[in-house]
Design a protein around this ligand. Structure first.
Ligand code: MF3
Ligand code: CO
Ligand code: CO
Length: 269
């Protein structure tokens, strides 16, 4: 099967991209990652999440890019900012950060039609030991997932790598949200599950683009969405963390499109 632009599409509806497409994703991913580098210095006790979002919105425009989230299903902001027990899709606003808060900032930009989607964790003020371990395990679980990306492996191998690592550390993987294909659209097949069994699911092929974005809880995996219809929180109010990269499958592994230009993807404690 082919799509309108002449790309092959697999039986699972996954688009196979070309070398020129990798260049487009590289540029979009790099800008998204650079914006996450820049906001690091805005994160501190007393700051509002709305001010961080306003900064990102302004910078996206300055760079001649477009926010993928403003106007997406009625969402109005350039970022999602998810603090403490918020799992994902936290709405930025006038809430101020407190000492010891952990937060995920998630940004998706469109550059020349290509979508770059990435998120990482930040800390306002001082980090406790227990929380440091949550961030480390979540970050490392994403990297274990990316290590499983190569032609011939399956999406189940990615999920298995993440889940087995997280659970070995006695934390839990959120099931209610997943990664996604992307490229010239925000969300495309497949659903990239952060749990699963080896050898199951679609087979990875060179040219597939998708995100991996595990959400890890200190407590139980269940979530619920608040009355604002966006904010997802842990049901047991335990702390939650998330890291996200956009990747492309290469001949022998993965290209990470959203590498931090400053090398600060992992929070510097
Ligand atoms: N960037 C998020 C993701 O990783 C999606 C946010 S959609 C929004 O898929 F509307 F909530 F911004
Ligand atoms: Co995403
Ligand atoms: Co995202």
């Amino acid at each position: 099967m082919k799509d309108k632009a002449g790309h092959r599409v697999t039986r699972d509806g996954i688009r196979i991209h070309t070398p020129a497409d990798f260049a487009g994703m590289h540029k979009a991913g790099r800008l998204a990652a650079q914006l996450l580098d820049e906001v690091a210095e805005l994160v501190s006790p007393g700051q509002t999440t709305g001010a961080i979002d306003a900064y990102v919105e302004r910078r996206v425009t300055e760079e001649g890019a477009t926010s993928a989230t403003i106007g997406y299903k009625g969402y109005k902001h350039a970022t999602c900012i998810s603090v403490n027990h918020v799992v994902c899709h936290g709405i930025p606003g006038d809430k101020t950060l407190k000492d010891g808060d952990i937060l995920n900032i998630d940004v998706t930009v469109i550059v020349d039609g290509w979508f770059g989607d990435t998120s990482r964790m930040y800390v306002a003020g001082k980090l406790s030991r227990k929380t440091e371990r949550l961030l480390q395990v979540t970050h490392d679980s994403l990297m274990k997932g990316i290590e499983a990306v190569k032609p011939g492996n399956t999406f189940g191998d990615i999920g298995y790598a993440i889940q087995s690592f997280v659970e070995a550390n006695r934390m839990s993987v959120v099931r209610d949200f997943c990664g996604h294909g992307l490229g010239t659209v925000f969300h495309a097949p497949p659903n990239v599950l952060h749990y699963g069994r080896q050898g199951t699911g679609p087979v990875l092929e060179e040219g597939m683009f998708f995100t991996i974005e595990p959400m890890v809880n200190l407590g139980r995996p269940e979530t619920k969405v608040l009355a604002d219809d966006w904010t997802a929180v842990t049901r047991d109010k335990s702390l939650s963390a998330q890291f996200e990269h956009s990747v492309g499958v290469t001949a022998d592994g993965a290209e990470i499109f959203t590498l931090s230009p400053a090398g600060t993807f992992h929070p510097t404690y």
